[in-house]
Design a protein around this ligand. Structure first.
Ligand code: AMP
Length: 222
């Protein structure tokens, strides 16, 4: 299996889709947002920098990302492919990632972009809840993604929490960062012939099927 990069605006479902693909193809799911949220709990200078940056919705400094990503991709579980959820996030990071791939003797693989209407994203952001124990994702604003028992994870019984950057103000900044810094990546990867576009407006299952079609070669390279 080749490596997969997911690119999408905030709350478009890249975390959910990455987890499903992780399970189906047994590939490690590397979410830079999850890693940063863990480090942000530390009582240290970097912890405090990350708490502030993440809650504002701005991007973390590139230099912090490079060591973090190279260390993670050097681990043995990445030897047979992995899913990158949240990196690269701008063209500078993509160029640095090309160098990291060379050093690790890895190939770029698939770059999959989830396209979705901005109006849908804002609704998803305010309804998103995440299990503090197992990380399962729910959405109070989507009938098919609500927990069976209020505030409780269906899978492990853990408590559901709201991310502190899942509010309208932070969303606006995150969306703007996506348009200004992340979207230019699409041209970068289109030119390399590795970009695949998925319509992210459908249900979780519909979006997943489109991704599987690409990975199992029933989709078209654009
Ligand atoms: P996510 O979980 O992907 O929505 O990411 C949450 C937050 O983590 C983002 O709003 C950024 O502040 C930070 N972040 C995640 N990945 C990166 C990255 N590759 N570069 C810079 N900041 C990042």
């Amino acid at each position: 299996m080749k490596n997969i990069i997911f690119i999408a605006p905030p709350a478009a479902g890249k975390g959910t889709q990455s987890s499903l693909i992780e399970e189906k193809y047994n590939l490690p799911h590397i979410s830079t947002g999850d890693i940063l949220r863990e480090v942000s709990k530390e009582d240290s200078e970097i912890g405090s920098y990350l708490r502030e940056t993440l809650s504002s919705g701005s991007l973390v400094k590139d230099e912090i990302m490079y060591d973090l990503i190279e260390n993670r991709l050097s681990k043995e579980d990445c030897n047979n492919g992995y899913i990158l959820d949240g990196f690269p996030r701008n063209v500078e990071q993509a160029k640095k990632y090309d160098e990291i791939l060379k050093r690790l003797n890895q190939e770029l693989g698939y770059v999959i972009v989830l396209e979705i209407d901005e109006k849908i994203l804002e609704k998803r952001i305010t309804g998103r809840r995440i299990c503090e124990k197992c990380g399962a994702v729910y959405n109070l604003n989507a009938a098919s993604q609500q927990p069976k028992i209020e505030s409780t994870c269906d899978q492990c019984g853990g408590r559901l929490q709201q991310r502190n950057d899942d509010n309208v103000e932070s969303f606006k900044n995150r969306y703007q960062q996506y348009v200004e810094k992340t979207e230019p990546l699409l041209d970068y990867y289109k030119q390399q012939g590795v970009l695949y576009v998925v319509n992210g407006n459908g249900t979780v299952d519909e979006v997943q099927q489109q991704i599987i079609n690409i990975l199992e070669k029933r989709g078209g390279n654009i």
